[in-house]
Design a protein around this ligand. Structure first.
Ligand SMILES: Cc1cc2nc3c(=O)[nH]c(=O)nc-3n(C[C@H](O)[C@H](O)[C@H](O)COP(=O)(O)OP(=O)(O)OC[C@H]3O[C@@H](n4cnc5c(N)ncnc54)[C@H](O)[C@@H]3O)c2cc1C
Length: 515
């Protein structure tokens, strides 16, 4: 039987084991008593996820009187039900994938037996509890932050209520994040399904798993669960995974999932789910194909919706849309001038580092009369499948749509020695520059460590370093990141006009004659 799909508080959803007890002792201490409210706060932060924690600690470090209100668990999605547990599981899954290919790397037969799913989940819970110490309620209190547990709601444009307390503020930050969208599939509520809020509670491997949705969450977890020994089917109504990413990147991903043994079904609608003889039967329709798959669990990755309900935003004059979230201007100010928003609740791109960056921007703008703009931030992102798919800046199709002249330099990973030696030749580094210059406008990297590699491109874009200069950066040999320098070399070669080549040839011929 699946755990409840959502709305139940996360605290209640955690399995009752000592490791989760350790986590709760940090991020929701059972004995916690909310402090008496101060007369007025410089900043009241609603939501103790990445955005809220970064803003609260940043503001307090600068001397602000700060209150932080968290409804469920400090650390929010990233720590409890997002990046941290998913990346811990991905690591175990990658280990099993390497073991599976023991013959390729070491000429040895793979060890007999199935991956230890329970051990992978226990490792995840142990590491999550360990990282939970960074988001500890006591640590925040030691930094001078008043931490309140409970659901916050605005009383008016200057006050927030939590339980019986009223918190008066000069500035407030809405950092309430997002949650899994309900899948629109007939019968799925009755059948029961998992989301990111419940999937990490599994302690035993589901023998067969259907993943609905081909976004980052669906793709990452489909691959990980397959590598951990589940028979996984992934269904997406889109023709490609990761809609929005470059098509050739998505094709490599589909191939990688198939190679791992995932049953990939693109252009496929999950029409209905029913429980028959104790198993979930899902009807999948792809054009004229209509098949039923029987599974033990269904994981829904149907997108994210912002957390805007229950905040009484109307009383504070804050405009919002139930699907798009809180409306902000380029300074992250809402329609109520003292109230700001950051992170998933206000952003299209829902990533931890985006939540972090926007929280910093709010501290600067709200408390120190800053004028930093959201539109000036260069935010990369990465899907942590194997290979990883990372992107920053402009896409080819955007440039085409806008009639923007752009040149692209591509290096296949099969041309990169380290990728070949590592047995990871799939993928590419693709860097776009403004035509006629070496100004980098964007890049997509598909490689085992693309998420690390993209940071070099982001750095170049932030610092205004061109592709020509990246070609001059000496990269350690052999590294996969050397692909970036190779793209720089390709750029330099493209600048060798026939005239320059002729001059160079003549110069060298003259030099050969001897003096
Ligand atoms: C499975 C999964 C994997 C992910 N992996 C990655 C990854 O690898 N890298 C990456 O960059 N991003 C990843 N993300 C996205 C990342 O988790 C989010 O972008 C990030 O957590 C957003 O931070 P936030 O502070 O905006 O919101 P949240 O982390 O959602 O925090 C919001 C907090 O507000 C609280 N809250 C809500 N309403 C109220 C209220 N009325 N009163 C008080 N508190 C309230 C919530 O309880 C919550 O704790 C992943 C997400 C998922 C689901």
């Amino acid at each position: 039987m699946s755990p409840p799909p959502r709305e139940a508080p996360l605290v209640a959803l955690l399995p009752d084991d000592p490791l989760d007890g350790e986590l709760l002792a940090e991020v929701r201490p059972p004995e916690w008593v909310n402090p008496p409210p101060a007369r007025r706060y410089n900043l009241v932060v609603i939501g103790g996820g990445t955005a809220g924690l970064v803003a609260a600690t940043g503001a307090a470090a600068l001397g602000a009187k700060v209150a932080l209100v968290e409804k469920e668990l400090l650390g929010g999605d990233c720590l409890n039900v997002g990046c941290v547990p998913s990346k811990a599981i991905l690591r175990s899954a990658a280990f099993y994938a390497d073991v599976h290919h023991a013959a390729r790397f070491a000429g040895a037969a793979p060890p007999a037996g199935e991956p230890d799913f329970g051990a992978a989940m226990e490792r995840m819970r142990r590491l999550r509890a360990q990282l939970g110490r960074d988001d500890s309620a006591r640590r925040l209190r030691d930094r001078g932050i008043d931490v309140f547990f409970g659901a916050a709601a605005f009383v008016d444009r200057r006050r927030v209520a939590v339980g019986n307390a009223t918190l008066a503020f000069d500035k407030a930050l809405i950092a309430t994040g997002s949650r899994a969208a309900r899948p629109d599939i007939e019968g799925i509520e009755a059948a029961g399904y998992l989301t990111n809020e419940t999937v990490f509670n599994l302690t035993a491997r589901p023998r067969r798993l259907l993943v609905v949705g081909g976004g980052p969450l669906g793709c990452e977890l489909a691959q990980a669960f397959c590598r951990l020994g589940c028979a996984v089917t992934i269904a997406s109504h889109e023709p490609y995974f990761l809609p929005g990413e470059e098509r050739d990147a998505a094709e490599i991903l589909a191939h990688a999932l198939r190679r791992d043994g995932v049953d990939v079904r693109l252009n496929t609608d999950v029409k209905s789910v029913a429980v028959v003889a104790g198993e979930k039967r899902a009807r999948l329709v792809n054009y004229d194909q209509d098949v039923t798959v029987a599974v033990d669990e269904i994981l829904a990755g149907a997108g994210r919706v912002p957390h805007v309900e229950g905040l009484n935003l109307e009383a504070a004059g804050v405009d919002y849309d139930p699907l798009q979230g809180v409306r902000v201007n380029d300074f992250l100010q809402t329609t109520s001038r003292r109230i700001y928003a950051a992170g998933d609740v206000a952003l299209d791109r829902k990533y931890t580092h985006a939540a972090d960056a926007t929280a910093r921007l709010v501290v600067h703008n709200a408390l120190f009369l800053g004028r930093k703009k959201l539109s000036s931030l260069i935010i990369p992102w990465c899907t942590y499948t194997d290979p990883e798919i990372a992107h920053v800046g402009i896409y080819v199709r955007d440039a085409h749509d806008q009639g923007f002249p752009m040149k692209t330099f591509t290096v296949p990973m099969s041309d990169v020695d380290r990728a070949v030696l590592d047995g990871e030749p799939e993928g590419f580094v693709k860097i776009h520059v403004k035509d006629g210059t070496d100004t980098i406008l964007g890049a997509t990297i598909v490689a085992r460590h693309a998420g690390d590699m993209i940071n070099e491109i982001s750095l170049a874009m932030v610092a205004g370093i061109g592709l020509k200069t990246l070609a001059q950066v000496i990269h350690c040999y052999p590294t996969q990141a050397a692909a970036i320098r190779q793209a720089g070399d390709a750029y330099n070669r493209s600048r060798l006009t026939p005239l320059l080549k002729t001059i160079s040839r003549r110069w060298l011929a003259w030099a050969r004659r001897g003096r």
